[in-house]
Write a protein that binds this ligand. Sequence first.
Ligand code: ADP
Ligand code: MG
Length: 471
Amino acid sequence: FWAHCLLKFEKELSAQQYNTWIKPLRARVNGQAVQIVAPNKFVMQWVKSKFFNRIETIALELSNSVVVELIVDSSILQTEPALMQTASYNDAQPSGANETPIAKSQPRQIEKPVEKKPFPSRAPVKNIKSEKSSGLNNSFLFDNYVTGRANQLARAAAIQVAGNPGQAYNPLFIYGGVGLGKTHLLQAIGNELKKNKPEANIRYLHAERYVSDVVKAYENKAFDEFKQQYHSLDLLLIDDIQFFAKKTRTQEEFFYAFNTLIEEKKQIVITCDTYPKEIVDMDERLRTRFSWGLTVAVEPPELEMRVAILRKKAETLKINLHEDVAFFVAKQIRSSVRELEGALNRIIAMANFTGHAIDVHLAKDALRDLIAVRGRQITIENIQKTVADYYKIKVSDMFSKKRSRNVSRPRQVAMSLARELTNHSFPEIGEAFGGRHHTTVMHACDEIEQLRLNDQTLARDIGFLTQVIRD
Ligand code: ADP
Ligand code: MG
């Protein structure tokens, strides 16, 4: 995996960037995770902000269940070579861990690495299949996409588009935070269409891949071929389009591709980390076009949905996951589906290592450090303050008896967030909101839950607040 990352980065970055940031990194396998080790905090932070997304994307291309961690260890300065661990994933599994999702990862479908091999040939690049593929990964389907309030609109739109490409909404623009299922949904659209119309010309690709294709076409003066490739598609699925930021040449090319496809009623689906209007450093004409069709959000999953996701994953892995364990994990891990998966993987690994059955006790043990980090951060007080700031009301209005809409609605939002993001009970939350009765809190939670289904602004506010509070 790391060998593959090195190849990619070497191709994608300038020599200076590569040598400064990527070369000093080392990779090693730690249980279920691949640790990327940085020699100091500064490099770590830089890599985290500039390249970690890309590393995760590459990991995802290889297998959808690789967990990548970034850590600091200054002792690696003395360690050579770049690949401290050259074993492939499967070799690195402890015996008895064959039930883990990593060992079961899907066939690898990724581009062939360039010919030169600037690092030891023991690197596990030999598993990489060469093909000019559709980019589709058949493990991401509508069937295994759990639905809840957080994603039902996005899922419904995606299903429509897959059933009537070019006819329903064009483009479909799906946005939301990291690890909330955008790529899954995008892939599911492709897989669904492929199932129904095997002859359809479908292409899934990450925006960065498109950028590098443009660069390549530019270098080889092969724009005709490039155009031909993209302009003849029936379905173009572009993931994480925020990566087009500042790439003016790419944006220009994409503008043509976009216009051609839309004109010919060929479907385009785009994902992004923000709403079209908020994408930075993007051509205004593109931003406008992105909202021509339908724009839908995927939001952080609510508790019940998190439980459902865990149970679904467990079922797929043929793991027996008790409801109380699922609830325990879902209560602790709140920010994204990817983190939920990571947590489940840890628990399974722990069960395999120790030979113990999966129960709450074991889950607590496996997630100890995650819980420690999260537990201390989110407090009701913090939620009240953040929500009050956001709606520009006084924090004291959270406890006051005022009932005017402009304070009562934010108060209800704060209550429902307190319920969602902390482990406090209804009575405890009522107490924290000026000694209100627990039924008032329950009512507030119900009401907000109902309202956000139809009120896009409220839904967005809550999504935004959730992310801010978690950070
Ligand atoms: P994003 O692209 O938004 O960062 P991904 O689509 O990569 O997120 O999702 C992260 C992981 O979580 C993937 O393994 C994906 O299959 C899984 N996942 C996300 N949403 C769901 C869902 N609703 N049901 C089941 N699995 C999901
Ligand atoms: Mg993604």
